[in-house]
Write a protein that binds this ligand. Structure first.
Ligand code: ZN
Length: 455
């Protein structure tokens, strides 16, 4: 359909303007100068529908839903019917199906070239943004090659040697001497000419400096919902994306940018409907900025997708939208407010009841509080990490307010913590966008971008 319209437009231009057509035809076939890949981690159609309903109402639309070209992507990995973010990022970035946990390597452990490698070879600038740590699976798949995603200190060293122009996100711990078990990497970035920034204020002061390393949290960046409670001065995904484009677009040859809204996935793991709504809307704002920028630029391809779906989230008919919208913090934040008993093997029942009442307006029963304690234990019988306790809190809230998702039992048995193999949508704007229509494999994204960019 789009092709036909393009053809008609070109033909009518030829009819009316004669020799100007040559120029238009060249433009149609020209490689996009810039490519921006927007990744909503864990953002399947359920997550999008929940965000749409809660933000815009039954008849509304998110911005990303207005893009002209839409396709569907299969995401399975080389060794599993369900992918993790490492194998998924590797497929998107390199066109190679690999095993779960692998980063930038094929199943045999051979490093493979990524899209940013091709763009750099062509003299273009490259940038990487994530609301996770910048050494986590999704960004790592674009910048590093490691046998497992858990080699974050090595991934940080590879970021240093990769010379990406812009790197923004969380994870400062992994660049410092303690986790490095060696020299602090920050002075080495400065020696290489990077402006190193640690909060929103410093990022805006950096302006459009050509090389910026921004590490805004020791670990992953805050959920949107917790920014106020935690008194955070972190930039938003939108602000990081604006800043990256201001710098990268100074290169007359063009650029590649991967910008990840990582915490959609984290909220989905916790069946935190409120968080999925807020994180997806924040992601959508960044997409809107990028597409409007691309419209003005006229030669930028924007590809908006997920790496996989998480928890089989469903816009269930039973969902209590008003109650879910009233929740003000993430389940992980709620987990941090629970009081532990003396031997740290359970949370005090009264503190569980008070946290559910205060933050989710739920009167929880003694049985449910006991169930939360049971589900919050790690394999050694101690209390699990706060984010894992958050998963269990989120599941209880979801159950109370009628939200649809995988059960806690299925999540506990899943090696990916509840990812699904559901197809995920891709929304595209810009030159060559029509080639992303239909059902694709995740490796096709790399192949299509490489072909369009004429590498
Ligand atoms: Zn995940």
């Amino acid at each position: 359909m789009k092709l036909i319209i393009n053809f008609v437009a070109v033909a009518s231009l030829f009819f009316f303007t004669g020799c100007a057509t040559q120029q238009v035809n060249t433009n149609v076939n020209k490689a996009p100068k810039n490519v921006i890949l927007m990744v909503g981690d864990g953002m399947g159609v359920g997550q999008i529908e929940i965000a749409r309903l809660l933000e815009k109402g039954k008849d509304g639309r998110l911005f990303l839903q207005t893009l002209p070209y839409v396709g569907l992507i299969q995401t399975y990995s080389a060794d599993n019917i369900v992918t993790d973010s490492a194998a998924a990022a590797t497929s998107l970035a390199t066109g190679v199906k690999t095993n779960n946990k692998r980063v930038g390597m094929d199943p045999e452990g051979n490093p493979v070239d990524s899209l940013p490698d091709y763009f750099k070879k062509d003299g273009k600038s490259v940038g990487l943004i994530s609301t996770n740590t910048v050494v986590d699976a999704t960004p790592a798949g674009f910048v590093a090659s490691t046998k497992t995603r858990y080699e974050q200190a090595e991934i940080a060293r590879q970021i240093l040697s990769s010379e990406f122009d812009i790197v923004l996100g969380g994870g400062s711990d992994y660049f410092e001497a303690k986790k490095q078990k060696g020299p602090d990497l920050i002075p080495l970035f400065k020696e290489k000419g990077y402006v190193v920034v640690k909060d929103k204020t410093e990022l805006s002061q950096a302006g459009n400096a050509p090389k910026i390393l921004g590490l805004f949290n020791r670990s992953y960046m805050n959920y949107f919902l917790d920014i106020e409670e935690r008194n955070s001065n972190e930039p938003s995904l939108l602000e990081m994306t604006q800043s990256a484009i201001a710098s990268l677009s100074k290169n007359p040859k063009g650029f590649f940018l991967m910008s990840e809204g990582a915490r959609i996935d984290h909220a989905a793991h916790a069946v935190d409907i409120t968080g999925v709504w807020k994180e997806t809307v924040e992601f959508d704002k960044a997409v809107e900025f990028v597409v409007n920028w691309a419209k003005k630029d006229g030669n930028t391809l924007v590809v908006v997708l997920a790496d996989h779906e998480t928890m089989g989230l469903t816009a269930a008919e039973t969902m209590n939208i008003q109650a879910l919208k009233a929740i003000k913090v993430s389940p992980e934040y709620m987990a941090a407010q629970l009081v532990k008993n003396a031997d740290k093997t359970a949370f005090v029942i009264d503190s569980i009841k008070s946290v559910f009442k205060t933050y989710a307006n739920i009167d929880i029963s003694d049985e449910e509080a006991a169930l939360l304690n049971k589900r919050s234990l790690n394999k050694k019988g101690g209390l699990d990490y706060e984010y894992r306790v958050g998963w269990e809190i989120g599941s209880i809230i979801a159950e109370h307010y009628g939200a649809g998702a995988m059960s806690t039992g299925i999540r506990a048995q899943s090696a990916t913590g509840g990812h699904s193999g559901n197809m995920i949508p891709v929304f595209v704007f810009g030159p060559g966008g029509d080639s992303f229509e239909g059902v694709m494999d995740n490796t096709d994204i790399f192949k299509k971008i490489k072909l369009l960019a004429q590498f």
